[in-house]
Design a protein around this ligand. Structure first.
Ligand code: SF4
Length: 264
């Protein structure tokens, strides 16, 4: 591995990752040591999740995150900070401490990509209320589809995620987005999915289909946009047809009236 790649994967801060919606997003990876998530989604770019858990703890010391941030941000201009990385970022119990520390260093907006499984925890809500944007993953409208796509830890249900989003909405004043990865399972569950969106009423909806193959094992560098640069065993994912993608987009726009964007 060359020096630049080695440098990149030894940091809890990565990118910036280019995004047509946000410009340059600097990724903060509070998990970093492993792939750690309360889901094990069938399409996850991290491959099969190594630590399938909903337990919160400190995985990477705040001091290291801040040190890495100072080094990486110095030579890389960015428009937004995004907490994401090697799994579910709200499982890091030092999330709030890191948000506050980074706010002292930069005024750029801060956002998070979460699967919503910890939103009934008041400590998580305290942390998320400090952010400008929260994107919550919803890939299904029924418990059966939720289990098939997201493969959550025992005891986690779609209803508990929806209750958590309700809980967040009581206090959060920033932008709430729902991000959805559409597979053929979600297409078959479309009416339930739309009903759920109408209940949640997010500010925005982002519809995606997988653009990267499924790696057979975890590689830290898969947290960014780097998969194509590495020569790993991967398996192709079945993506929805263009016809179904158009049907989904039309139905979601017409039946919710929400601000919908897609990579279809
Ligand atoms: S929630 Fe994200 S990190 Fe967790 S398994 Fe799903 S895609 Fe992977």
């Amino acid at each position: 591995m060359d020096k630049e790649k080695q440098f990149t994967i030894s940091r809890a801060v990565y990118g910036p990752v280019k995004s047509w919606r946000f410009g340059s997003s600097l990724g903060i990876d509070l998990l970093f040591v492993d792939s750690i998530c309360s889901f094990n989604c069938i399409y996850c770019q991290l491959g099969n999740i190594e630590q399938h858990t909903d337990k919160r703890k400190v995985y990477v010391a705040t001091k290291k995150v801040i040190q890495d941030f100072k080094v990486v941000s110095q030579s890389n201009p960015f428009d937004i900070i995004t907490y994401s990385g090697n799994g579910e970022p709200t499982l890091a119990s030092n999330l709030k401490e890191v948000i506050i520390s980074l706010k002292a260093l930069t005024s750029v907006p801060q956002s998070i990509l979460t699967n919503g499984t910890t939103l009934l925890n008041p400590d998580v809500i305290d942390a998320l209320c400090l952010l400008d944007k929260v994107s919550v993953k919803i890939d299904a409208g029924s418990e059966a589809a939720f289990k098939r796509i997201n493969r959550p830890v025992k005891g986690c249900t779609l209803q508990s995620v929806v209750d958590g989003i309700d809980n967040l909405k009581q206090r959060f004043s920033g932008e709430l987005e729902v991000q959805s990865m559409f597979s053929n399972v979600t297409v078959a569950d479309l009416d339930n999915y739309i009903a759920l969106l109408n209940k949640i009423k997010p500010d925005k909806v982002q519809l995606n289909t997988p653009t990267r193959p499924y790696p057979s094992e975890w590689h830290r560098e898969n947290r960014g946009n780097h998969l194509q640069e590495y020569d790993y065993p991967v398996s192709a994912l079945k993506i929805i047809s263009q016809k179904n993608a158009e049907k989904v987009l039309k139905a979601v726009c017409e039946k919710t009236g929400l601000d919908v964007q897609s990579n279809f």
